[in-house]
Unconditional design. Structure first.
Length: 228
């Protein structure tokens, strides 16, 4: 029985997505949602503004699938994308696909389980883009998924034991080192400086890409090429 009871800076979410976003043009599952294929998502997903890096997400696929098929991890805190789209979305975050369930959890499985009779997402027929999942419901959902997906129990328990702060700290240290030593790239023909946006006052670290969504870890200006 899976029982995660961490004191918890990590949060749990259910993201609701339509076929336009979970299927490719051929009607097959998107490759970047399958971690076993090694595809680089290099993208972002709409999310709740309270989403933090390290949060776990179960992806609910609307009709015709009506199921949970994917486990995702947020790779950044939520950032504003209000100017980037005409869909009414306000926030997005970078993500990484962590696990694809061989046997998904269908809406009929939830409706047949009395524990979910009062669960908000099910009661409102998943008519929102995202829902926060309490730890109790998170554990129950993962126990149901583990029943039909051998190896998942061990995977999620191991993954959740990995500290969030440690991975964030390592990336920050790497960025600090790169920014402090951009000059070493001159020998390779790159004369770089960290970009500074004069309009938004954004620096080139974790630069939010207006118009395209997502973010760039380090955006630099090349003095030699007069380009970024």
């Amino acid at each position: 029985m899976l029982d995660i009871s961490e004191p918890n800076e990590r949060q749990y979410w259910l993201w609701v997505t339509r076929p336009d976003y979970y299927l490719d043009e051929d009607g097959c599952d998107r490759e970047d949602l399958d971690p076993t294929l090694g595809a680089d998502s290099d993208g972002w997903w709409t999310c709740n503004k309270a989403t933090k890096r390290g949060d776990f997400v179960l992806l609910w696929r609307t009709s015709p699938k009506k199921d949970i098929r994917d486990l995702i991890q947020a790779e950044s805190d939520a950032y504003s994308i209000a100017d980037d789209n005409d869909q009414g979305w306000d926030y997005g975050c970078d993500y990484e696909s962590s696990h694809k369930f061989e046997h998904s959890l269908h809406v009929k499985d939830l409706r047949q389980n009395a524990y979910f009779d009062e669960w908000g997402p099910l009661r409102c027929s998943f008519q929102r883009s995202n829902f926060k999942i309490s730890l109790e419901y998170w554990n129950t959902l993962n126990n149901l998924l583990a029943l039909n997906n051998p190896g998942y129990k061990e995977f999620i328990e191991k993954t959740q034991r990995q500290p969030i702060a440690e991975s964030i700290g390592l990336e920050k240290e790497l960025e600090d080192a790169l920014v402090a030593n951009l000059g070493i790239l001159k020998r390779f023909g790159y004369n770089l400086e960290l970009y500074d946006d004069p309009i938004s006052n954004q620096t080139g670290r974790q630069f939010i890409c207006k118009g395209n969504g997502g973010r760039i870890d380090l955006l630099c200006y090349d003095r030699t090429q007069n380009d970024m």
